[in-house]
Design a protein around this ligand. Structure first.
Ligand code: GAR
Length: 209
């Protein structure tokens, strides 16, 4: 199966970079990657270009949490023009609720820096420390209309240290994000993922390496 991937970014783009690099090393089985951003100043756009990947700014006017239906349609057009079969949200700081979700439900995934279903939303590391959690981590999940609540594909666990700050914790969690996000893309491209209710079944997971 030929799979093209669209990565949606708003900022730094380190997860985007991890996916692009893993693919360059031949680990993902993805054909083409395109990067789309709602932010003209996202460092991710330059990073993608430097890695030889097409990167496009979508001129969105609204600055609320949600994109308008017309704005989502602009994303859908670019994705469909490139025959994208999997959309990866990688630090894309908008809520998707219209055309992108309709077009790509079951083929759109996100990374979130907590062990969902705990700590949905923003300022995750601050809240994890406030609660005195002993463990935190990150989650790759399918995107649904319910924000940060779609079926879970992979998670990684990170112990919390008593002297952690939100920054030190974010750094250790990010290292795990860079490991499980490319792995999730690979599982998708290998056709191993199926959604059953709330759960994702991974074919051959017990023997996977
Ligand atoms: C990552 O930590 C990602 O998990 C988080 O934003 C960061 C983006 O970093 N995403 C969310 O909080 C989504 N709700 P990156 O641009 O370097 O990949």
């Amino acid at each position: 199966m030929v799979l093209n991937v669209g990565i949606l970014v708003s900022g730094r783009g380190s997860n985007m970079q991890a996916i692009i690099e893993a693919n360059r090393e031949g680990r993902l089985g993805v054909d083409k990657i395109v990067v789309l951003s709602d932010n003209p100043d996202a460092p991710a756009l330059d990073k993608a270009n430097a890695l030889g990947v097409e990167a496009i700014y979508i001129p969105v006017k609204s600055n609320g949490a949600k994109l308008t239906p017309e704005e989502e349609d602009m994303f859908v057009k670019e994705l469909k023009d490139r025959d994208v079969g999997l959309v990866c949200l990688a630090g894309f700081m908008r809520i998707i609720s219209h055309g992108i979700l309709r077009e790509y439900e079951g083929r759109i995934i996100n990374i979130h820096p907590s062990l969902l279903p705990s700590f949905r939303g923003l300022n995750v590391h601050e809240r994890v420390l406030e609660y005195g959690c002993r463990y935190t981590g990150c989650t790759v999940h399918f995107v649904t209309a319910d924000v940060d609540a779609g079926p879970i594909i992979l998670q990684a666990c990170v112990p919390v240290r008593q002297d952690d700050t939100p920054e030190t914790l974010a750094e250790r969690v990010l290292r795990e994000e860079h490991r499980i996000y490319p792995m999730s893309v690979r599982l998708f491209s290998e056709g191993r993922l199926s959604i059953e209710g709330r759960r994702v079944i991974i074919e051959g997971w017990e023997d996977y390496e």
